[in-house]
Design a protein around this ligand. Structure first.
Ligand code: NAP
Length: 250
């Protein structure tokens, strides 16, 4: 018996990276996991297979986020597999590393559409599915609280907006016993950061130096923090911004 046995979880962007790590962890904790993906169905099926190989239960749902009607489409797909939800992790996100002098409106709109608008409407249309006592965890970023990479300003702004969403939503849903928190990773080794970490000669060493622990983070390390908030052990934590940067902001 895991701490989430009998519960259902939905993790957006669980085909790869941090989302996959979270989905696998919640699966090991006993939740039945909806593994959401955008374009990579094969990768999502790998996540499902990994959860099942560890003795868990999962299914994949594919919806491209950042498009009109995306949230309704996601829930329609979800409803074909499950009846109600206990844990929602809004993880799917895209980066933007073009400085203000160079960024075009299309890129600005796209990063806000996927990172802010999609979670907002996923919650709006999912509130009736989310059972009382549920949890929502929004994956933010350490960059919401440091200007160490100002070229990523538009991206950092999306995460700042997501944090306000977590804070205010915690008040709106709290009386139903639903807890809402942001988890903010630092630099994590995923496809998203591959160019930065592996595409330059000293990228990895610089990333290690940022962290107080002197290492680059892994999806599993973020997943453990999410798992705590998803479990009853996190029952008195809501409306919070949880630093999962390995001490990169100190
Ligand atoms: P990643 O490796 O690039 O994976 C992104 C995931 O999101 C994939 O599963 C992808 O699905 C999905 N996704 C992206 N755009 C989508 C769209 N338009 N519609 C549907 N799904 C979409 O990213 P990651 O590094 O794991 O990042 C995950 C989250 O952590 C993001 O919110 C990111 O901002 C945040 N974060 C990451 C870091 C880091 O250092 N990596 C640090 C702080 C915060 P498909 O592949 O199926 O399309």
């Amino acid at each position: 018996m895991g701490v989430l046995t009998g519960r259902t979880a939905l993790v957006t962007g669980a085909s790869r990276g941090i989302g996959r790590g979270i989905a696998e962890r919640l699966g090991r904790d006993g939740a039945r996991v909806a593994v959401h993906y955008g374009r990579n169905e094969a990768a999502a099926k790998e996540t499902v297979a990994a959860i099942e190989a560890a003795g868990g239960s999962a299914f994949a749902i594919g919806v491209e986020l950042g498009t009109p009607g995306d949230a309704e489409a996601l829930w329609e797909e979800f409803d074909r597999h499950a009846d109600g939800l206990d844990v929602l992790v809004n993880n799917a996100g895209i980066g933007s590393s073009r400085p203000i002098e160079e960024i075009r409106e299309e890129e600005y709109d796209a990063v806000f559409a996927v990172n802010v608008k999609a979670p907002f409407f996923i919650v709006k249309h999912g509130m009736t599915r989310l059972r009382d006592g549920g949890r929502i965890i929004n994956i933010s970023s350490g960059l919401a609280r440091t200007a160490v990479m100002p070229g990523n300003m538009a991206y950092a702004m999306t995460k700042g907006a997501l944090d306000v969403f977590s804070r205010d939503l915690s008040k709106i849903l709290g009386r139903r016993g639903i807890r809402v928190n942001s988890v903010a990773p630092g630099l994590i080794d995923t496809d998203n950061t591959a160019a930065l970490l592996h595409g330059t000669e000293d990228g990895w060493a610089q990333a290690e130096a940022i962290s107080a622990l002197g290492k680059v983070g892994t999806p599993a390390e973020v997943a453990d923090v999410v798992a705590f908030l998803a479990s009853d052990a996190g029952r008195w934590v809501t409306g919070s911004w949880v630093d999962a940067t390995g001490g990169s902001l100190t």
